[in-house]
Design a protein around this ligand. Structure first.
Ligand code: G3I
Length: 357
């Protein structure tokens, strides 16, 4: 299965022409290397040289911003739709599916030879009112979940590299979150969801994705037990997504050993929603700390054989979700609000380039 991503990445590398390979023989700038043609090697190209992707989330309203799209489609090897594959967007009425917004992002990615992570199939947020306000028996809810997963995954069959099949199923203490799914169906909804997704697209890589499982700790222990039990039951689970919504100066020091223990269970790992927020305003010291923090995360991934890639939860502060949710915080991404590269960008480029062969 890992072979599939390598094939996808190889295809992308071919399309990138000789840029990635010739970069190995070219000079170095503050952030990365220059290709023979003098263009700076992109984060996507540098990551691809390590057999990984470096991607970004995006959302449909942002696609009318041409300078933003130019960077989104050139700098990154992977795209995750930030909202448009979620339940409220894809099944707004029972059994009525609308994939137009997600299709727009998937075709944009395909045009630019970028792989796509599907996000997400089962979650407790951004559900349509007909679902949250409805009254269903457990058997009905199970059928509703099955129909949703089979329909959505089938629609994107062959076009999505990996799915966050189950999103955020755990509490901070590692126990199961009491969601409408868990309350009606028990923890079996997780195995069912993975099996249905596998049935609909046997080649997609299937993930469970959560936050605050980046380093060792109670929540990560809960995820570890869950994945171990799923593997024991031969449930099709291919990866664990560590979202990576981190705080300046507080990046866990145990990302690498934490990733390693999941890999030993026989799954891939990925950093799926990376951002590192700070108290505003930015200043040079905070930018430097953030650069060091991004370096820590990227280095941890590069040290783990089956850490397949990193996605930033949008690449620019212009469209980051942070200020809207955490008052007084932000500046969490590698590009500023004017789409200029920040020290965090150059740090990521350097660490990827340093590890390139
Ligand atoms: O669609 C409405 C629009 O009609 C309305 O005008 C506008 C006014 O605020 O709101 C729009 O909905 C917003 C939606 O994003 C689409 O833009 C919601 O208010 C807003 O809450 C929602 O936020 C999203 C959030 O998930 C919801 O939990 C973020 O964009 C999205 O980046 C974020 O992503 C999550 C991952 O899925 C899971 N991990 C955490 C991550 C960050 O919260």
């Amino acid at each position: 299965m890992a072979q599939r991503m390598i094939t996808l990445l190889a295809a992308a590398a071919v399309v990138m022409g000789g840029a990635a390979t010739s970069a190995a023989h070219a000079g170095t700038t503050a952030g990365g290397r220059l290709t023979a043609a003098g263009a700076e090697t992109t984060l996507g190209q540098l990551a691809a040289e390590r057999g990984r992707y470096f991607g970004s989330a995006t959302d449909n309203p942002e696609l009318s911003d041409a300078p933003y799209v130019a960077i989104l489609t050139s700098e990154f090897g992977e795209i995750t739709p930030g909202n448009s594959m979620k339940w409220y967007a894809t099944e707004p009425s029972p059994g009525v599916f609308t994939f137009a917004a997600a299709d727009t992002i998937v075709s944009l990615a395909r045009q630019h030879h970028q792989i796509v992570r599907g996000h997400n199939l089962v979650w407790h947020n951004q559900l349509p009112a007909w679902l949250t306000a409805g009254t269903f028996t457990p058997a009905q809810l199970r059928q509703i979940l099955r129909r949703h997963i089979i329909t959505e995954v089938s629609h994107f069959r062959g076009k999505v590299y990996s799915w966050d099949v189950v999103n955020e199923p755990l509490n901070e203490d590692g126990t199961f979150r009491q969601t409408m799914w868990y309350n009606a169906l028990g923890s079996s909804y997780i195995a069912d969801a993975l099996r249905w997704a596998h049935e609909a697209d046997p080649h997609a890589r299937l993930y469970i994705n959560d936050y605050n499982i980046d380093g060792l700790g109670a929540k990560s222990d809960g995820m570890y037990s869950l994945v171990k039990s799923l593997k024991r039951q031969h449930v099709p689970i291919d990866g664990v997504g560590m979202q990576g919504h981190l705080i300046l100066g507080q990046v866990p020091t145990t990302i690498e050993p934490n990733m390693q223990r999941f890999v030993r269970l026989g799954v891939d790992v990925a950093v799926t929603e990376l951002d590192i927020r700070m108290n505003l305003p930015r200043d040079a010291a905070k930018d430097a700390q953030q650069a060091a923090d991004y370096t820590s995360v990227v280095s941890a991934c590069l040290a783990v054989r089956r850490c397949v890639g990193i996605t930033v939860w949008d690449y620019t502060d212009k469209y980051s979700w942070i200020p809207g949710v955490f008052a007084g915080q932000g500046a969490a991404t590698p590009y500023d609000e004017s789409l200029q590269k920040k020290p965090a960008y150059f740090a990521v480029a350097s660490v990827l380039a340093a590890h390139s062969r």
